[in-house]
Design a protein around this ligand. Structure first.
Ligand code: PHE
Length: 345
């Protein structure tokens, strides 16, 4: 009987090694360990053997079964690993190949492109980029920026209130205060971000984007502001642009200016154009020298108005993009019609 078990064992183990697939291995398992196979039959018959044989035969048969099970498991794992290897090799996809048919690659939204372009210009001038909260306290959005208690922008008809003293920021200027609180001068920062106003027509959307700029240092003058914005304008609108400053009012700058860039549209074909209405100038942003009252709010952070001066500016990204690309209605920038968006940049 022991001889028979050993013969089965040998046969089985060569069959296991010969199996080349998981399916073939499963057949071997059924053949040698299945319900009708010899070895299990022998095990089941042990009880009927003469008592003096039971111990030795039972022990040997059990050992053979265990070894066979282990061999099948080992062979199974090896086959599976080999099959996985083979599949990985044959199924390899080169994701760098163009699709079939090739898919259009898409592009950044024109507002994202424009924001990045603006950031690049100011990074090149030594400014760093900050971001700040869109839900803002009345204190930062208006009070610390020197708005009079009756300033119209404080009204519920102009501004979205979240609570009596909390608004959706109406401009990125509150970040002037936060930036100065966070670090002492010299300070050269720009702050891109979303802002909100109760406004809606072809040139205004209730949510839009601004880029704030703030430079505070010793001896900063309006000439530094003009030079900075000239550089900016030439980078964005073309190398032969000029800028001009017109007197204006903002509560937090003194003096305040509106800044125009020379029209690049007229210049192209030499005749007065639709964009500037023949004036030759396009308004691009508001700016000014930081009001000493604003510095006074952050005096304890190192901003003594007797010691440092600053300039600030704020531009609408939609406006810059609309001018640059001749977009007649900025609401189309938010309608996500690719036929519109793929025309820009
Ligand atoms: N915050 C102003 C606005 O939204 C723009 C501005 C910024 C003006 C900084 C002056 C200085 O209209």
């Amino acid at each position: 009987m022991i001889d028979r078990i050993e013969a089965i064992e040998q046969q089985a183990s060569s069959a296991v090694e010969a199996a080349q697939t998981s399916d073939a291995l499963e057949q071997v398992r059924v053949q040698y360990l299945g319900r009708k196979a010899d070895l299990p039959n022998i095990l089941r018959g042990v009880a009927e053997l003469p008592p003096e044989q039971r111990g030795a035969v039972g022990k040997r048969a059990n050992q053979a079964r265990k070894q066979l099970e282990a061999a099948i498991e080992r062979r199974g794992a090896a086959l599976e690993a080999a099959e996985l290897e083979r599949r990985l090799a044959s199924d390899a996809i080169d994701v760098t190949l163009p699709g079939d048919p090739p898919q259009p690659v898409g592009r950044l939204h024109v507002l994202t492109q424009t924001r990045r372009e603006i950031e690049d210009v100011f990074l090149g001038l030594g400014f760093s980029v900050l971001e700040g909260p869109e839900v803002e306290s009345v204190r930062y959005n208006f009070d610390a920026l020197n708005h009079s208690p009756t300033h119209p922008a404080r009204g519920r008809s102009d501004t979205f209130y979240v609570a009596d003293d909390v608004v959706l920021r109406t401009h990125t200027s509150p970040m002037q205060i936060r930036a100065m609180e966070a670090q002492p001068p010299p300070l050269y920062v720009i702050i891109p971000g979303r802002v909100y106003r109760r406004d809606s027509d072809a040139t205004h959307t209730p949510q839009f984007h601004q880029v704030e700029g703030l430079a505070v240092d010793r001896g900063i003058t309006l000439a530094d502001l003009k030079g900075t914005l000239l550089d900016f304008s030439r980078a964005i609108f073309g190398a032969d642009r000029e800028v001009r400053l017109r007197p204006h009012f903002f509560p937090f700058t003194e003096p305040s200016v509106e800044v125009d860039v020379s029209c690049f549209n007229c210049a192209r074909d030499g005749s007065p154009c639709q964009v500037c209405k023949g004036s030759g100038w396009l308004e691009i942003l508001g700016a000014g020298m930081v009001d000493p009252n604003v510095l006074g709010h952050v005096r304890e952070h190192g901003y003594d108005p007797e010691e440092v001066q600053g300039f600030a500016f704020g531009m609408g990204i939609e406006r810059i993009a609309a001018l640059k690309y001749g977009i007649p209605d900025i609401r189309t920038l938010y309608q996500n019609d690719v036929r519109v968006l793929e025309q820009f940049g």
